[in-house]
Ligand binder design. Structure first.
Ligand SMILES: NC(=O)c1ccc[n+]([C@@H]2O[C@H](COP(=O)([O-])OP(=O)(O)OC[C@H]3O[C@@H](n4cnc5c(N)ncnc54)[C@H](OP(=O)(O)O)[C@@H]3O)[C@@H](O)[C@H]2O)c1
Length: 339
């Protein structure tokens, strides 16, 4: 039976802000399944901020996305045909399936496709709270900030896939968790649904002084750990409130992903407050993923880790949804439903 695979390729590279014209929808016939191969019908595609970096040419921690090829991306789906003894039709799997409806791969190599158990955890959660974003939050919090009970942890982009996990994991460790997010709705969700102690709407503050004042109110004992997702004014304001020997996990700096300059206005605070700043890339720490996924999976299965999803419909909607993610139009984990 002939199967047409609809996919999104990177057509050209953006200069500054990306647009839908950087992407192209293509239809390709899937070849016959070869020995050792598995065909997966992707159910959900994960859209993540790192994809913006891959659209650029030039030096980064990862290779640029090649032009004309299917955009990189994490997917979950179901095996629909298999010529590989390790996979059966009906298996639910997670992998780097890309922005496309089907993934057809030799599935022998370790890590290409992982089977997942959907008895207590919804399939899509393996792209969010029990997937790469959840592990990212877990890593930065537990391995870099390493908070003690009673300490105050602040996280930016707090309503998002990573930020939401950070605050809840911090609460589970007996910390005061304070979020920073864009808009009253997101802040209400962070406090009322996710259980943070407070959340500051950075859009209601025009400068570092005003945001700093709000941070002082929300963090009366200062800030011991900061999980950085944004950069710019938010980082400057947090730095001013950091306690001596505070730790900052540099996870993302989304306010500069289109090449905007994001200077740090008072680096002397690193010295004065004896701060530890450490950047990390979660895929370089595969050794802790099993431990992180165990905690995250248990928390999701028992309802202790909450999350929200924004779901775009169909592969053709992926570029617009991705641009929305970069502008904060997502509310929680941004997914694309492909079935
Ligand atoms: N280091 C790693 O290995 C690693 C792995 C995964 C993710 N990350 C990083 O983690 C961060 C969060 O990722 P995520 O997947 O959880 O995305 P997300 O938080 O679900 O979505 C991105 C959010 O960033 C916020 N944002 C966008 N532009 C902004 C700006 N100019 N100023 C302030 N906030 C802005 C928006 O929230 P608001 O509406 O609240 O502004 C938007 O919803 C990103 O920086 C990402 O690059 C790093």
């Amino acid at each position: 039976m002939t199967v047409i695979n609809r996919a999104i390729v990177l057509d050209n590279r953006p200069e500054g802000e990306p647009s839908t014209s950087n992407f192209k929808l293509v239809e390709r016939l899937l070849p016959e399944l070869a020995d050792g191969e598995v065909r997966v019908r992707n159910h959900f595609l994960s859209l993540d901020p790192y994809m913006r970096g891959r659209m650029n040419e030039g030096k980064s921690y990862a290779q640029p996305q090649p032009l004309g090829e299917v955009m990189i991306g994490g997917t979950v789906g179901e095996v629909v045909s298999s010529k590989n003894s390790h996979f059966s039709v009906g298996d639910k799997v997670v992998g780097m399936g890309g922005w496309q409806e089907y993934l057809q791969v030799p599935a022998g190599a370790r890590g290409v496709l992982q089977k997942v158990d959907t008895t207590h955890i919804p399939l899509a959660a393996y792209l969010g709270a029990v997937g790469m974003p959840g592990v990212t939050g877990w890593y930065g919090l537990t391995q870099i900030i390493a908070p003690k009970a009673g300490e105050t942890v602040v996280v930016s982009a707090a309503s998002g896939a990573v930020g939401g996990a950070v605050g809840q994991l911090a609460k589970a460790r007996g910390c005061r968790a304070v979020g920073i997010a864009g808009g009253a709705d997101k802040c209400a969700y962070v406090v009322n649904e996710l259980g943070f102690d407070a959340c500051i709407d950075y859009k209601a503050h025009g400068d570092v002084k005003s945001l700093g004042k709000a941070l002082k109110e929300a963090c009366p004992a200062g800030i011991d750990g900061y999980f950085e997702n944004v950069g710019g004014m938010i980082l400057d304001a947090v730095m001013l409130r950091m306690n001596a020997f505070g730790r900052i996990a540099f996870c993302g700096m989304i306010s500069g992903y289109n090449g905007e300059p994001i200077p740090m206005s008072a680096p002397q605070l690193i010295l004065v407050s004896r701060l530890k700043l450490e950047g990390f890339i979660v895929s370089e720490h595969m050794e802790v993923w099993p431990q992180a996924l165990k905690e995250l999976g248990t928390m999701v299965a028992t309802g202790k880790l909450k999350y929200r999803e924004t779901v775009a419909d169909g592969i053709a909607a992926a570029p617009e949804a991705f641009l929305g993610l970069l502008k904060g139009r997502n509310f929680g984990k941004q997914l694309v439903k492909l079935t």
